[in-house]
Design a protein around this ligand. Structure first.
Ligand code: KIV
Length: 283
């Protein structure tokens, strides 16, 4: 159990596991302290996703994201949150080589950020790694279906699980990861019937993103759902706000007021201070 300095008890991996088949798990991403503070008010689980590479840094994919970037953002999110379980993504290139490399990377993420768990992409081929980590005290979340770190070999950003061979492979991935001891699995961009079937068959919670309302929980990239990601969002993202537009309006208004010398007005300068004495110039 982890108690925040505010006295609030943070959700644990066991809490998340126990919620399977109960109330749906609310999950959101956060990369920064301000967003973590907001997400923490409602989320059971906050993911410091490697999607930060695209959303915050304008990268074309998540592939260039480094361990150092994940550490910096993970630390900010853990410090700014108190309630939610914080999971941090293992970035591409820091775990695929083997289970020992994965342990070293996961240990750095856990020690440097204080996150409670790591997430890694991959199915049956990652089961040995997931088992190695869980046996050594690192809680692991799986991620199957569309795996953004593998877009260059998997045919791009597409819905997964449409034909039978692929459905069987993905079901096998879910079962292999569950056997390896993961505490939950993200199902991304997946045929909803398959997502429902996986949810019914495995013992750990499934977290859907573009998958099915039958999943045990849902996750969205927070910036996507509030209009702040700066790109067109996939069909599965519901727009809950358009903050990008609000921000544009605000900065345009500011720029106009500065150019018109309307800002700063009397209310935004220090008029009640002592008058400035006439400055004498030294020649
Ligand atoms: O990186 C991320 O934000 C993710 C979510 C989309 C699940 O992996």
């Amino acid at each position: 159990m982890s108690i925040h300095k505010s006295g609030i008890k943070r959700k644990t991996v066991t809490d998340i596991l126990c919620q399977k088949g109960q109330e749906p798990l609310v999950c959101l991403t956060a990369y920064t302290a301000p967003m973590a503070r907001i997400a923490d008010q409602v989320a059971d689980l906050v993911l410091v996703g490697d999607s930060l590479g695209m959303v915050l840094y304008g990268m074309e994919s998540t592939v260039p994201v480094t361990l150092e970037m994940m550490v910096a953002h993970g630390r900010a999110v853990v410090l700014a949150s108190a309630r939610a379980l914080i999971v941090i993504d293992m970035p591409f290139g820091y775990y695929q080589e083997g289970k020992e490399q994965a342990f070293r990377s996961a240990a750095i993420l856990m020690k440097e950020t204080g996150a409670s768990a790591v997430k890694l992409e991959g199915g049956a081929e990652m089961a040995e790694t997931a088992a190695f980590l869980t046996a050594r005290g690192i809680a692991v979340m799986g991620h199957i279906g569309l795996q953004p770190q593998s877009v260059h070999t998997s045919g791009g950003y597409r819905v997964t699980g449409h034909d039978e061979p692929e459905q069987n492979r993905i079901m096998n991935d879910a079962q292999a990861l569950t056997k390896a001891g993961v505490f939950s699995i993200v199902l991304e961009c997946m045929n909803p019937v398959l997502a429902q079937e996986i949810t019914a068959r495995i013992m750990v919670p499934t977290i859907g993103i573009g998958a099915s309302s039958s999943c045990d929980g849902q996750i969205l990239v927070t910036e996507d759902m509030i209009g702040l990601s700066g790109h067109t969002v996939p069909k599965f993202v519901k727009q809950y706000a358009d903050l990008g537009r609000e921000l544009e309006k605000a900065v345009h208004c500011y720029a106009n007021e500065v150019r018109a010398r309307v800002f700063p007005d009397e209310d935004h300068i220090y008029t009640k201070t002592n008058p400035v004495k006439k400055l004498t110039t030294v020649s």
